[in-house]
Design a protein around this ligand. Structure first.
Ligand code: HEC
Length: 272
């Protein structure tokens, strides 16, 4: 009996492990329209990022979003890491060198600028939050963990069901919906999905704005999809690893349960 209780507990823990991403679902709330659930390559227990999509998403982030938003947790070399966009080391080096990074103080006590290196953090266009706010009218939030920080409530009983069906993409679905949610061409600040319907970010994307070189359609929905995936990777760069571990744990538990069953049979075989 004890053995089976232990097994049950272990199984519950493993399920919890899969479901951790879903806990964000209960936060947030807000009263924008409910985003539609999208299908993503990284969803489900075998989910994986689409490398080409992450590369395009980075391009959109870099050329559009990073004009206003920071991504404090991102260092250039992350872009070459496994499970991410996997740019080559050489590409990352070239990319980093295109940015000016403030460094110092030097031996005269002065700050100075130098070309970026792969170990540097992705720099923000603004020296501080006040400067960004003064220029843009509202503070653009840091995008490092945005895909996990934002969510929306699906209410009872959906949030319980989400844990079971392993729906963990509320944040990305919200970002995708938000970027596509500028439904009033006369009002660039109207957004169907932003709580209150008015957002301080004017419609940031338009068709043809980012030059894709791989033949992918240059449309707002496509840009939104790609950049949302990229934000998901930034928020959880170890997503693939987590899912693989979860799967191994489940396989282990199944084998372990089988072994316990046969052990029990053998141990009790002679007891009459
Ligand atoms: C011109 C500047 C600018 C650009 C470009 C821009 N944003 Fe924003 N963004 C803002 C500002 C300002 C806010 C804060 C709006 C507010 O609080 O009303 C914001 C808010 C957001 C939010 C948070 C919404 C929420 O629920 O609070 C997300 C997500 C977001 N931006 C994503 C993006 C993405 C992705 C891109 C690139 C495709 C992008 N932004 C491009 C200025 C910008």
């Amino acid at each position: 009996m004890i053995r089976f209780t232990t097994l049950g507990l272990a199984a519950a823990l493993a399920l919890g492990h899969f479901a951790t991403g879903a806990s964000a679902a209960e936060e947030g709330g807000g009263h924008g329209a409910a985003p539609t659930r999208q299908s993503w390559s990284f969803a489900g227990p075998f989910g994986k990022f689409d490398q080409a999509q992450l590369q395009r998403g980075f391009q959109v982030f870099r050329e559009v979003c990073s004009n206003c938003h920071s991504a404090r947790n991102l260092t250039f070399r992350n872009l070459a890491e496994e499970g991410g966009p996997r740019f080559s080391e050489a590409q990352v080096k070239t990319l980093a060198a295109e940015y000016k990074i403030q460094d110092g103080p030097d031996d005269q006590g002065k700050m100075f600028e130098r070309a970026g290196r792969p170990a540097d953090r992705f720099p923000w266009n603004y020296p501080n939050a006040e400067a960004a706010k003064a220029t843009l009218g509202a503070l653009p939030p840091d995008l490092s963990v945005m895909a996990k920080a934002r969510s929306y409530s699906r209410g009872f009983p959906m949030f319980l069901l989400d844990a079971v069906i392993q729906y963990q993409e509320h944040g990305v679905d919200y970002i995708y919906a938000l970027l596509n949610g500028y439904s009033n061409p006369k009002d660039v600040n109207h957004n169907d999905y932003f709580p209150g319907g008015k957002i301080g970010m004017a419609k940031p994307l338009s068709d043809g704005q980012v030059e894709y070189t791989d033949g992918t359609p240059k449309t707002v929905p496509q840009y939104a999809r790609d950049v949302a995936s990229f934000l998901m990777w930034m928020a959880e760069p170890k997503l693939e690893e987590r899912k693989q571990t979860g799967f191994k744990v489940m396989v282990f538990l199944i084998i372990f349960a089988g072994l316990l069953y046969f052990t029990k049979k053998k141990v009790w075989a002679d007891a009459h």
